[in-house]
Design a protein around this ligand. Structure first.
Ligand SMILES: [Zn+2]
Length: 133
C-alpha cells in the first residue's frame, strides 16, 4: 500500500514539458518555462508552434538585414578608398587620400565589428557616413 502511494507521488512530480523538458505541476496548463500549452487544445499547441516558427523567421530576416548593411559598409569603405586614391592621382591631393584611407579603414573595421555587435557597429557606420557626406 505504501509502495503504491510512493509511485503515485513520483508520477505527479515527473511530468515534463514535451517541448523543453522542464518539469511541470499537474495543475499547470502552460509550461512555466517555454509557455507550451501542454494541456491545451491541439489548436493552442499549433498556435504555439506557429509563433515559434514566426520568431525564427523574424530572426533570419534580421540577420539578412545586418548582412546587407554590412556589405554596404564594405562597399562604402571601398568606394571611399578609391575616391581618395584617385583624387591623389588626379589632383595630387594627399590630404584627401589620407582622410579617405582612414575613413575607408574605419568602415571596413565597423563591418568586421558588426559580426559581433551588429547594432552598435551599423549605427556608428551610418552616423559616420551621414557626417562625412
Ligand atoms: Zn516547456
Amino acid at each position: 500500500m505504501e509502495e503504491k502511494e510512493h509511485l503515485n507521488l513520483e508520477q505527479t512530480s515527473t511530468l515534463l514539458c514535451s517541448q523543453c523538458s522542464t518539469s511541470m505541476n499537474e495543475s499547470d496548463v502552460f509550461c512555466n518555462s517555454c509557455g507550451f500549452p501542454e494541456k491545451g487544445t491541439s489548436r493552442e499547441q499549433a498556435k504555439f508552434h506557429a509563433k515559434a516558427v514566426m520568431k525564427k523567421s523574424n530572426k533570419n530576416d534580421a540577420d539578412k538585414k545586418v548582412k546587407s548593411a554590412r556589405n554596404t559598409l564594405y562597399v562604402v569603405g571601398g568606394f571611399t578608398g578609391v575616391v581618395g586614391v584617385s583624387s591623389c592621382f588626379l589632383a595630387g591631393d594627399v590630404a584627401v587620400l589620407v582622410t579617405n584611407l582612414i575613413l575607408s579603414g574605419i568602415y571596413v573595421l565597423l563591418g568586421f565589428w558588426s559580426t559581433k555587435k551588429p547594432l552598435a557597429a551599423l549605427l556608428s557606420g551610418l552616423l559616420l557616413y551621414i557626417q562625412w557626406l
